[in-house]
Structures are given as structure tokens and as C-alpha cells.
Design a protein around this ligand. Structure first.
Ligand code: HEC
Length: 129
């Protein structure tokens, strides 16, 4: 290699390395940005198919009476668990609490209730104002 060629070559490879570093920095930035949002995007749970809104709420009410009423009260006015009227939490939060439970407070219903059941429950809880 002539000195001139060697120079061109080293400039080119330095530029390539810099480009690589920039791409890496960008990738890391994108990852950091994704992590800085506490929660990944949430898609609302699929409601059971073929139900009118009223049927959906009735389904939710039955599930509530079977699974939740002994702690939250038949009328959801609260007992061992809190009153669930006018809940000031997101659908996502309700879905998470139902799925995971609350340690030492409320059991997980992940095995008992499907996502469609949970969607019906949420529809019912939203009627409690
Ligand atoms: C064993 C009793 C028990 C059962 C059964 C139960 N819960 Fe709870 N739940 C609790 C208690 C206790 C709390 C309050 C926990 C706290 O404040 O830390 C609670 C809290 C909640 C909250 C409020 C969460 C928040 O972030 O404010 C929701 C919503 C809820 N329960 C929904 C349900 C639903 C729906 C069911 C039925 C699928 C259910 N619970 C079954 C005891 C229960």
C-alpha cells in the first residue's frame, strides 16, 4: 500500500468504526427510551364474543358474585376488601390485580378467570358509580 492509500484506508475504517459506534449508541438510546416508560403498551382485553354490552355486564356480575363478593361484598360496597364503586384505577390496573392478586391481600385469579372473563368483570365494575 502506498502511504496515500494507507491514509485513505485508515480514514475510511475510522469513519466505518464511528458509524458503527453511532449506530450502537442509537440502538442503546432506543432501548433506554423503551425502558424508561414504566409499562409496555397495553392492549385492552378481548371481551367475550357475541355479547351485547348488557350481557357483558351480567356475565361480569356473575363472575363477581362467584369470585369477588365474599371479600368485596355482594354489592361491591366493600367488606374485607375495599369498596369497588367509582374505582379510580385503569382497566389495565384492574386486569393486573385480578391476574396477579395483591400479595397478602387478594389471591391471583390467573387460573380461574380467562382474559375474556376479566374483560366482563371490568365492564361490570365500570357500571358501579
Ligand atoms: C380474599 C379476599 C379478596 C378476594 C377474593 C378479591 N379481592 Fe380484590 N382486594 C382485596 C383486598 C384486601 C384489597 C385491597 C388491597 C390493598 O389495598 O392493598 C383488594 C383490592 C382490589 C382492587 C383495588 C386495586 C387497586 O389498585 O386499588 C380491585 C380492583 C379488586 N380488588 C378487584 C377484585 C376482583 C375483580 C376480584 C374477583 C375476581 C377480587 N378483587 C377478589 C381482597 C380480595
Amino acid at each position: 500500500m502506498t502511504p496515500r492509500r494507507a491514509l485513505v484506508f485508515s480514514v475510511a475504517s475510522a469513519a466505518a468504526a464511528l458509524g458503527g459506534a453511532t449506530a450502537l449508541a442509537h440502538a442503546l438510546q432506543v432501548r433506554a427510551a423503551a425502558r424508561s416508560h414504566e409499562l409496555p403498551p397495553w392492549t385492552p382485553l378481548p371481551a367475550p364474543a357475541g355479547l351485547t354490552p348488557a350481557e357483558l355486564r351480567d356475565t361480569g356480575r356473575k363472575l363477581f358474585l362467584n369470585s369477588c363478593a365474599h371479600c368485596h361484598g355482594k354489592d361491591a360496597r366493600g367488606d374485607e376488601g375495599p369498596d369497588l364503586h367509582a374505582l379510580d384505577v385503569s382497566d389495565r390496573r384492574i386486569a393486573t390485580v385480578v391476574r396477579r392478586g395483591i400479595k397478602g391481600e387478594m389471591p391471583s385469579f390467573a387460573k380461574k378467570l380467562s382474559p375474556a372473563d376479566t374483560a366482563a368483570l371490568i365492564a361490570y365494575l365500570r357500571t358501579l358509580e
